[in-house]
Design a protein around this ligand. Structure first.
Ligand SMILES: [Fe+2]
Ligand SMILES: [Fe+2]
Length: 229
C-alpha cells in the first residue's frame, strides 16, 4: 500500500465517516437494543460527543493530527457492538469495526490502535494502554447528562436515569500547563445526591484516573464547584 495515497484516501473518507450507511444502521440498531433493555441514549448524539471530546483531549495535549483523527474514528464506532449484546460490547464493537476500517483503507498499525481503543472503553474489560484509548475512556465516561435519559416517567427512574437526569451541565477541560484533565459537573441535588453519582460511577472514575496517567495528566473531578478528585 502506498502510504501517502492511503493517508489521502483515509483523510477524505474520514470527513464522510458519518455518512457511511452501514455505520448509521449499526448505530441505530445498537441504540434500539439499549432502549429495549432500558439504557440511556447511546446513539448519534453520544458518539458524536465522544468523538469530539477525544479529539479535544488529544489536540489540547499536543498529539499529532493522525492520532487525533484515529481518536475521532474510534469514538464514532465505539458503541456499535451494543447491537449484538451489552455484555462485552467493547470487544464486539472492535470486531465489527474491523471490516469498516479495512474498507476505509486504514493501515494495519492504525487499525489496531482504533480497535484496541474501542475494545477497552468498557469499564469491565478496559485497560488504557495508549493515548487514544485513554482519551476514549475519559471522553466516554464524561458524557453524563440529562439529555441522555429516555424514560419520561420520573416515578419509574432507576439510579442511572436519576443521576443522568440530575446532571444539568458537564464540561471536560484540559489544562496542558498543569497537565490536568478536569470533568466538571453541575448536579441538581434535589433530583440526585452526589453520593449516588459515586455509587454508579466509582469504577468509571478510577478508570478515568488511570487513563489520565497514560496521558501524563492528573484527573480532576469537580461536582457543584467542589473538587472531589
Ligand atoms: Fe460503551
Ligand atoms: Fe459510549
Amino acid at each position: 500500500m502506498s502510504d501517502s495515497k492511503d493517508k489521502n484516501r483515509f483523510n477524505y473518507i474520514d470527513n464522510d465517516i458519518r455518512d457511511i450507511p452501514m455505520i448509521k444502521t449499526y448505530l441505530a440498531q445498537a441504540d434500539k437494543y439499549l432502549e429495549a433493555i432500558g439504557y440511556t441514549e447511546h446513539g448519534l448524539r453520544h458518539v458524536n460527543i465522544v468523538s469530539k471530546s477525544i479529539q479535544y483531549i488529544l489536540s489540547a495535549l499536543g498529539y499529532n493530527d493522525r492520532t487525533i483523527l484515529l481518536g475521532g474514528i474510534a469514538g464514532y464506532l465505539h458503541d456499535i457492538g451494543n447491537l449484538i449484546s451489552r455484555k462485552n460490547h467493547g470487544i464486539t464493537s472492535a470486531l465489527l469495526s474491523q471490516k469498516i476500517l479495512e474498507e476505509m483503507g486504514l493501515p494495519l498499525d492504525e487499525m489496531l490502535i482504533v480497535m484496541s481503543a474501542i475494545a477497552n472503553h468498557d469499564e469491565y474489560v478496559g485497560e488504557p494502554t495508549n493515548a487514544v484509548t485513554a482519551a476514549m475512556i475519559i471522553a466516554d465516561k464524561a458524557d453524563v447528562h440529562r439529555t441522555r435519559v429516555r424514560n419520561e416517567n420520573f416515578i419509574s427512574f432507576d439510579i442511572h436515569d436519576r443521576v443522568n437526569f440530575a446532571v444539568t451541565e458537564s464540561f471536560l477541560k484540559v489544562d496542558k500547563k498543569k497537565m490536568e484533565v478536569t470533568l466538571e459537573l453541575i448536579i441538581d441535588t434535589k433530583i440526585s445526591q452526589v453520593m449516588e453519582y459515586f455509587e454508579i460511577f466509582l469504577d468509571r472514575m478510577v478508570l478515568c484516573r488511570k487513563s489520565a496517567k497514560i496521558l501524563n495528566c492528573h484527573f480532576v473531578l469537580i461536582i457543584n464547584n467542589v473538587k472531589l478528585l
